[in-house]
Design a binder for this molecule. Structure first.
Ligand code: ADP
Length: 301
């Protein structure tokens, strides 16, 4: 097959591994910097141009769109879809998962376990917002944050009020969540491909830290998921319409709860922690499902 990997940086571990896996399985793979693509959307024959040439006859694309480039990145994926190219993750599904509130609303509608969560933009009823999640301790998140930045544990009601008040002044969208203390500073990253979990790891926060992000000094190891955790992760990916997803779960007293569904999950941490060939599984999925014209969005909402 002829496969384009949409990535801004050919030297990234994930990008390199995907290209390698394509080659190993006998495919013709090319890394395309999606920001450098330009598109012809006026004609009846949609086209994508890149470095002065037309990108022609591709069978599939693997989007690796950075969070800050969702707008243009998904437009390029959509253009490929218009040309009948099979997207490993559809543009709609990527956009959907990038909007954290929409994501949580859809998961909640599907009856998937979530931490008790409230969200607000500029409510004056701070006490009411805190009451939604049952008071302190609670976690406050800035919607625009990644890698654990903007995720705050407020141990007391007073601290929570002060932080919410400060964020309100910034006109930021904030999310308030029950603190899952029993998770013990650990979360589970479940790597979903198609309707299977191909690898899973447990990330443990460094001592004195509740955020398990590897960027915040967390460590990772392979983990065996319970059947309930597996179904939760698979259902979460399906609800978002994602074929490839990194679903983050917390182990709570009321069962597994979904924190986040990531549409471009990194390969480095998970392949190192589990020893699994995750890139190979993604390419295998494309081989089995990547027929020309199969670009229909399967999720609702
Ligand atoms: P980001 O998307 O910036 O990584 P997350 O929402 O994933 O932010 O939070 C970062 C980390 O903080 C998580 O990996 C988890 O370990 C911890 N965490 C987040 N929310 C909660 C919560 N409600 N209860 C307990 N720990 C949490």
């Amino acid at each position: 097959m002829k496969i384009a990997i949409l990535s801004r940086d050919a030297s990234l571990y994930s990008t390199r591994r995907l290209k390698e896996a394509c080659k190993q399985r006998g495919h013709d793979a090319r890394i395309v910097d999606y920001l450098r693509c330009y598109m012809d959307i006026t004609s009846h024959r949609p086209r994508i141009l890149y470095q002065g040439e037309e990108l022609l006859d591709y069978d599939a694309v693997i989007p690796r769109i950075g969070a800050s480039q969702t707008f243009y990145g998904t437009a390029v994926v959509r253009q490929f879809e218009m040309m009948g190219v099979f997207p490993c993750n559809e543009s709609q599904a990527i956009s959907r998962s990038r909007d954290k509130l929409r994501c949580m609303q859809l998961l909640s509608r599907a009856g998937i376990g979530l931490p008790v969560t409230g969200f607000a933009n500029s409510t004056k009823d701070i006490a009411g917002l805190i009451d939604i999640v049952g008071g302190a301790p609670l976690v406050i998140k800035l919607l625009e944050g990644t890698q654990g930045i903007g995720v705050i544990l407020a141990e007391t009601r007073k601290a929570a009020e002060a932080v919410i008040e400060a964020f309100r002044g910034l006109d930021a969208n904030i999310l308030v969540q029950e603190f899952i203390k029993e998770a013990g500073g650990a979360d589970l990253r479940c790597f979903v491909v198609g309707s299977r979990i191909v690898a899973a790891m447990k990330r443990q926060a460094a001592t004195g830290e509740f955020r398990s992000n590897l960027h915040r000094g967390g460590s990772a190891e392979r983990v065996k998921l319970t059947p309930e955790e597996r179904t939760t992760a698979i259902r979460a990916a399906k609800t978002m319409g994602l074929n490839v997803a990194g679903v983050d779960l917390l182990r709570s007293n009321h069962g597994p709860v979904v924190m986040e569904v990531n549409s471009s999950p990194g390969l480095e941490g998970i392949e190192r922690a589990t020893g699994k060939d995750v890139a190979g599984k993604i390419v295998e999925f494309i081989e089995k499902n990547g027929a020309h014209g199969k670009t229909k969005d399967k999720a609702k909402g």
